[in-house]
Design a protein around this ligand. Structure first.
Ligand SMILES: [Zn+2]
Length: 292
């Protein structure tokens, strides 16, 4: 079995979504950190939006927990801006607004990583280039991702199934969550070999939310079974592919492999059907809501 190297990253710290109480949010973060500790995975990057902390100061404790457990923080803009709705200068200002909170936790010499909200890098060349120039001049590295199984899209249905104590749906969602994560890493391995003719160092995108804190341990086990080795983001980003700029002008958020493929205009390769689509998940949620 070949080894696939992959770095774990988590977006939307302190917490993605707001439908649960602060206590439940802390419990989820503690759960997630326990999973990483138990699996001996250290030093992962969490990408923060400082505005959530300003609006709900109690959530700052989550960043304390994050740091106390030996993990790192990166910039995800202050207010999770949608680049399509804003100018490059306001977007850059929002990156800068996020820095004071990051500096409370880490010195300026630390390697700075930036993750674009919604994976949107610019639908005009002016936006794309000016933001990239800013990041470059200010020593930011772009934290691209190659594996995004949209963990958060399973979140609401799990919360609802737990409220209704529907064990059958909870088990079904757990299985679909794990299957989707496996589907996405396998697709990324196939896709990267098609694009780059070799195995690359992958970057997994997660979100700090309830389902991820509940089932991510199972995903780690499943990834290890197919030969994954977890590496730091600093190591993954050294792969030469991340030194290339796909330079794709698009209003769609895309992972790095999709950007590269779209910019090259080469034929698509067939992928098997997804374990479940977004509309399939919505239908499951709807019928669960209607259940007594
Ligand atoms: Zn985000």
């Amino acid at each position: 079995m070949k080894t696939i190297k992959i770095a774990i990253t988590v977006d939307d710290l302190p917490y993605h979504g707001s439908c649960i109480s602060d206590e439940e949010k802390y419990a989820d973060v503690i759960n997630f950190l326990d999973i990483l500790n138990n699996k001996k995975i250290a030093g992962i990057y969490g990408f923060i939006n400082g505005k959530s902390i300003e609006e709900e100061y109690n959530l700052k404790k989550i960043l304390d927990l994050w740091k106390y457990n030996g993990h790192k923080l990166g910039n995800h803009t202050y207010s999770h801006l949608d680049l399509r709705d804003t100018s490059s200068s306001l977007f850059i200002n929002d990156i800068l607004l996020n820095e004071p909170i990051l500096k409370e936790f880490y010195s300026q010499e630390d390697l700075k990583f930036f993750r674009y909200p919604f994976l949107l890098e610019g639908e005009t060349s002016e936006k794309r280039d000016s933001i990239r120039n800013f990041l470059d001049k200010n020593n930011y590295k772009i934290a691209q991702c190659t594996v995004d199984f949209r963990d958060f899209s399973f979140n609401n249905i799990l919360i609802l199934a737990e409220k209704k104590r529907n064990k059958k749906i909870i088990d079904e969602i757990r299985n679909l969550f794990i299957e989707s994560s496996i589907y996405r890493i396998n697709a990324a391995i196939k896709f990267s070999n098609y694009l780059f003719k070799r195995d690359i160092k992958h970057i997994l995108l997660l979100h700090m939310c309830h389902i991820t804190s509940t089932f991510f341990g199972d995903v780690i086990d499943a990834y290890k079974k197919i030969g994954c080795e977890f590496i730091p983001l600093e190591e993954a980003i050294e792969d030469d592919i991340y030194k290339t700029n796909p330079n794709l002008i698009t209003d769609k958020g895309m992972d790095f492999l999709s950007q590269t493929w779209n910019s090259r205009k080469i034929p698509y390769i067939d992928m098997p059907p997804l374990p479940i689509t977004l509309s399939g998940l919505n239908a499951m949620e709807k019928s669960l809501k209607e259940e007594n």
